[in-house]
Design a protein around this ligand. Structure first.
Ligand code: 0X9
Ligand code: ZN
Length: 316
C-alpha cells in the first residue's frame, strides 16, 4: 500500500485475495485492446434472506492512465475489505450489509504505457482509427488512443467537451462504446444496476466529489439526494486529514463533457448515486503524486465511502 504497482502485481494481489477469502470472486469483465484482462473483484457474504442480491457499491479506478493514485486507492479499499488490517468491527458490518464490486484498473494498456513510456498518457492504446473523420491528419505512434471517459453511450457527443480528432487527449472515439474497455464496463454496470446504489468512477486530481450530468448543466431530478450523500462523504474525508473536497454537479464544478462513465451509470444503467471522484492533490504534484500519499488518500476516501454506506443503511 506504499507503492504504485504494475498490472501484473495488481493481478497477483487480486488472485491472492480470492485464493484465501471465501467471500470474494474474481470476474473478467473483458479484454483491453492489447489483450489484458479487465478484472473485477466482488465481496459478497451471500444473498438476503429472501434470496435477493444485497444492495451494492461499485467503484473503479484507472480509466485515465496517468492518474495512478486512483487504482492505488481502489486497491487500498480492496485490502481493507479483504484483510481488515485494523480489525475494525465496522468493516465486518459493512461487508455484511452490502455487496462490493471493485475494478482497480479499467485501462490496463494505458496504465502500462505510462509506466514504460509516457507518464502523462491519458487514453487507452487503440491504434489509428484511420480516416473516419474528415479532419484526420495522422498523428505519431504515441498520439493514438481514445479517451475512455468520453466514449460511454449516454448523450455521447465528441463536440461536447471531447474531440473528433484522434490525435487529441479527449478523443471520444469513432462512435459510442467503440472501445473494448468501455464495452466491458458498460456491460458490468448494466448487469449489476438493479441492485446497485452507488457507483464511484475514481480519477485524479483536484479533490472533487461530483455528480451528473456531465453532458448538460441541467440537474437530475434527484440532484439534492446526490448532493446530500456527496456532502456526507466529503465531511468524513475532511475529518480524516483535513482535506477539502468540493461537492457539486459535474458541469458546475468542473466543465461540460459528454460520454462519461458517471452519466452512463446514472442515465443508462439507472444507478442512482453515480459520482466522479477526483482525488488529491489540488495541483502541487497533480498526476505525479508521490507514493507517500497513497496511505492518506486511501484512508480518507475509505472514510468517505464508509460514511456514505452508513447513510444509505439509514435510508434503505
Ligand atoms: O474530464 C474527465 O474525464 C474528468 N476529469 S479528469 O481530469 N480526471 O480527466 C471529469 C469527468 C466528469 N464527468 C463527466 N464530465 N461526465
Ligand atoms: Zn481522469
Amino acid at each position: 500500500m506504499n507503492h504504485y504497482h504494475s498490472y501484473a502485481e495488481i493481478n497477483a494481489f487480486l488472485n491472492s485475495i480470492v485464493a484465501s477469502n471465501n467471500n470474494t470472486h474474481l470476474y473478467k469483465l473483458g479484454s483491453s485492446g492489447q489483450g489484458r484482462s479487465i478484472n473485477l473483484i466482488r465481496f459478497s457474504t451471500g444473498t438476503t434472506s429472501s434470496g435477493a442480491h444485497k444492495k451494492s457499491i461499485f467503484m473503479d479506478g484507472g480509466i485515465h492512465a496517468r492518474e495512478w493514485i486512483a487504482p492505488a486507492v481502489v486497491l487500498y479499499m480492496i485490502d481493507q475489505l479483504a484483510n481488515n488490517p485494523n480489525s475494525d468491527p465496522d468493516i465486518a458490518n459493512l461487508m455484511d450489509k452490502f455487496d462490493w464490486y471493485l475494478v482497480p484498473l479499467v485501462n490496463p494498456d494505458g496504465y502500462e504505457y505510462t509506466r514504460s513510456s509516457d507518464r502523462m498518457w491519458r487514453k487507452n492504446m487503440a491504434s489509428s482509427y484511420g480516416t473516419h473523420h474528415s479532419s484526420f491528419r495522422g498523428c505519431g505512434s504515441d498520439e493514438m488512443g481514445v479517451d475512455l471517459n468520453r466514449n460511454f453511450a449516454y448523450h455521447w457527443n465528441p463536440a461536447n467537451g471531447g474531440s473528433y480528432d484522434q490525435c487529441e487527449e479527449t478523443y471520444a472515439g469513432p462512435h459510442a462504446l467503440s472501445e473494448p474497455e468501455t464495452q466491458a464496463m458498460a456491460h458490468a454496470l448494466d448487469s449489476v444496476s438493479n441492485h446497485t446504489l452507488v457507483y464511484l468512477n475514481i480519477h485524479s486530481y483536484g479533490q472533487y466529489w461530483i455528480y451528473p450530468w456531465g453532458y448538460t448543466s441541467h440537474l437530475p431530478a434527484d440532484a439534492s439526494d446526490l448532493d446530500h450523500l456527496g456532502r456526507v462523504a466529503a465531511s468524513a474525508i475532511y475529518h480524516t486529514h483535513r482535506h477539502r473536497y468540493t461537492v457539486g454537479e459535474d458541469t458546475v464544478v468542473l466543465y461540460s463533457a459528454a460520454g462519461g462513465a458517471d452519466d452512463y451509470a446514472k442515465g443508462h444503467s439507472g444507478i442512482k448515486y453515480a459520482y466522479t471522484v477526483e482525488l488529491g492533490d489540488t495541483g502541487h504534484y497533480g498526476f505525479i503524486l508521490p507514493e507517500r500519499y497513497i496511505q492518506p488518500s486511501g484512508q480518507e476516501i475509505w472514510a468517505g465511502v464508509k460514511a456514505m454506506a452508513h447513510e444509505l443503511i439509514r435510508e434503505y
